[in-house]
Design a protein around this ligand. Structure first.
Ligand SMILES: NC(=O)c1ccc[n+]([C@@H]2O[C@H](COP(=O)([O-])OP(=O)(O)OC[C@H]3O[C@@H](n4cnc5c(N)ncnc54)[C@H](OP(=O)(O)O)[C@@H]3O)[C@@H](O)[C@H]2O)c1
Length: 291
């Protein structure tokens, strides 16, 4: 039985590939750039682009289960091709924003396409990824051992990407997760200050927090580029989830120490039975990335 993992070079997908290979599954890993994918030798790497369904039939041939990375543009067509190729279970990387009710234009349509296709489905809906802090803070921690943040006392409950992958892998190989949506968070609520302290402890060096105003912080992350620039406006309250511009949120809205969680949110142990990984462990797992 062949399992196709899409988004296979991503934070989550790469870990899903690893878990399935270790479990002895026959794994095919999809990427747009096989030559640079660096995936485990036990997986068969195949080329394909989820935004260009015409590139996928070869990758889908003979596949029974699929881990689907959400690419909205062609999601319906991709699911249609998968079903035609014989895929009978799809585990989707979705988002807790669907459960929270404000994600109607990105992950929700992909969930609906999967459900409407008649396959067995599991929606994995994580909240904030812990690895976001690597994308936001990594460059300045590596360069100057400092972090820019306008709301250091804001709390959040980041989830380790390995826990998301554990849940996805379980849903691919075990029958009991069929037709279920899991909304996931990490097991610890920590302020930004506490998260920075966890990274400092992991690398064994002090990290300074530069508490800039929200507009200055936004400009800083725009200058930084990459993931930070692409996500700063949403994270700092300058746009809503659909990308529509909004007035920057009042500090009180973004400075809460206790984050709101979507109803029914669980930690990974509720699905996998193994303890969910705390942020402190995530920081240790990524210490080398911050040095
Ligand atoms: N970050 C968060 O806090 C958060 C929270 C909730 C949900 N999510 C969801 O999780 C996703 C991010 O997951 P991640 O961090 O594992 O992803 P990632 O590290 O950004 O990697 C995604 C992988 O998907 C592949 N990909 C992208 N577009 C593709 C396309 N058109 N066709 C084929 N492959 C494509 C890329 O691989 P190649 O370049 O090798 O093709 C890339 O390595 C978000 O997009 C969102 O949907 C994120």
């Amino acid at each position: 039985m062949t399992i196709l993992v899409t988004g296979a070079t991503g934070n989550v997908g790469r870990q899903v590939v690893r878990r399935l290979v270790e479990a002895g599954e026959d794994v095919r890993a999809l990427t747009r750039s096989p030559e640079t994918a660096g995936l485990p030798a036990g997986a068969r790497v195949v080329a394909g682009d989820l935004a260009r369904p015409e590139t996928l039939p070869g990758a889908l041939a003979g596949v029974e289960k699929m881990f689907l990375f959400p690419v909205l543009e062609a999601a319906e067509k991709v699911v249609e091709l998968a079903v035609a190729a014989g895929v009978r279970r799809i585990v989707l990387l979705s988002s807790a924003t669907v459960t929270a009710g404000y994600d109607t234009e990105y992950h929700l349509p992909v969930e609906r396409a999967v459900e409407a296709s008649g396959v067995e489905w599991t929606h994995v809906r994580p909240g904030e990824f812990a690895v976001n802090s690597l994308h936001m803070w990594g460059p300045s921690i590596r360069a100057t051992r400092s972090v820019v943040d306008p709301y250091p006392d804001r709390g959040s409950t980041p989830i380790h990407e390995w826990d998301i992958a554990d849940v996805a892998a379980a849903a691919l190989v075990e029958a009991r997760h069929v037709n279920t949506a899991y909304t996931l968070a990490g097991p610890q609520t920590l302020t930004q200050r506490e998260q920075v302290a966890a990274i400092a402890a992991a690398i064994g060096e002090d990290i300074r927090i530069e508490e800039l105003g929200v507009a200055e912080a936004r400009a800083f992350y725009h200058r930084q580029g990459g993931w930070a620039a692409a996500n700063a406006d949403f994270l700092l309250g300058y746009e809503d989830y659909s990308g529509v511009e909004s007035a920057p949120a009042e500090p009180a809205d973004l400075a809460e120490a206790e984050p709101e969680q979507a109803p029914g949110t669980v930690t990974a142990d509720a699905v996998t039975g193994r303890p969910a990984r705390p942020y402190t462990e995530w920081a240790r797992d990524h210490a080398a990335d911050f040095r």
